[in-house]
Design a protein around this ligand. Structure first.
Ligand code: SAM
Length: 262
């Protein structure tokens, strides 16, 4: 297990057994689950998950890690490795092609693309049973933030419209090789069914949320002026003088509905 970790792939390998065990017991995989791991690396989570679940599909971008991973999994369980960029993997098609309704996704994520991975998973939320991710603590704080908080923003709204966000526990840099510069945190995401994003086109919600938080110090009338005028904002039952950071996720869905049906 001595590959030199590559910075460009965001490789920080988890080596502290206590945190590995805590993640595996939080996931609590069962034999009937279809578990997908994003970024297995050298297998710190893969092997213990495989030992419990019996089978697992892992998506890894770094070719150099794959032979070692396969060798270590031999005799532990049935490991399928997809050599791919996770952002190009269609989770809905993956579930469909294996005849399972929903996937369970796990990953100590590469931090350089953590937000794109989260948005990608939200897009496929209907094909996902749950997610357990290791992320920068600062990202988990933003995901779970409530209106009025300094860190409430785009990520909070988009994630909370699609999932229940449950921060689980923090993990210090020393638990990884090499240690990342920041504190990490494990979070559980449970897709909501049906989720509120379904009430409007997700791209409309995203456009409104992006504009609103792009200028978070301004009133909505100002920040949204390219998309909606004050009357339209009022039609969504939102005060045009309010600021984005005071709105609940559902308010953005109503704004997006008016934006989509002017
Ligand atoms: N799971 C291992 C662990 O906990 O020790 C490795 C975690 S490391 C933080 C992130 C892993 O994601 C690395 O193995 C890296 O090569 C892989 N990775 C980076 N970018 C990726 C991408 N776009 N798609 C799939 N895997 C990726």
């Amino acid at each position: 297990m001595n590959a030199r970790p590559k910075k460009s792939f965001g490789q920080h390998f988890l080596h502290d057994r206590r945190y590995i065990e805590r993640i595996v017991s939080a996931v609590a995989p069962r034999a009937e689950d279809f578990v997908v791991e994003i970024g297995p690396g050298e297998g710190a989570l893969t092997l213990p998950l495989l030992a419990v679940a019996g089978k697992l599909t892992a998506i890894e971008l770094d070719t150099d890690l794959i032979p070692g991973l396969r060798a270590r999994a031999a005799g532990v369980g049935e490991l399928h490795v997809l050599h791919a960029d996770v952002l190009k993997v269609d989770f809905s098609a993956l579930a469909h092609s294996h005849g399972v309704p929903r996937l369970r996704i796990v990953g100590n994520l590469p931090y350089y693309i953590s937000s794109p991975i989260l948005f990608h998973c939200v897009e496929h939320a209907a094909a996902i049973q749950d997610m357990h991710f290791m992320l920068q603590k600062e990202v988990v704080d933003r995901m779970a933030a409530e209106p009025g908080s300094k860190v409430y923003g785009r990520l909070s709204v988009m994630l909370q419209l699609a999932c229940r966000v449950e921060p689980l526990f923090n993990v210090p840099p020393e638990a990884f090789r090499p240690p990342p510069k920041v504190e990490s945190s494990v979070v559980r995401l449970l897709p909501l069914e049906p989720h509120e994003l379904h009430d409007a086109r997700p791209e409309h919600v995203y456009a409104v949320v992006k504009a609103a938080f792009g200028q978070r110090r301004k009133t909505l009338a100002n920040a949204l002026k390219q998309l909606l005028d004050s009357d339209a904002i009022r039609r969504a039952d939102v005060d045009p003088k309010a600021r984005a950071e005071t709105l609940a996720p559902a308010d953005f869905v109503r704004l997006a509905k008016v934006y989509g049906n002017p």
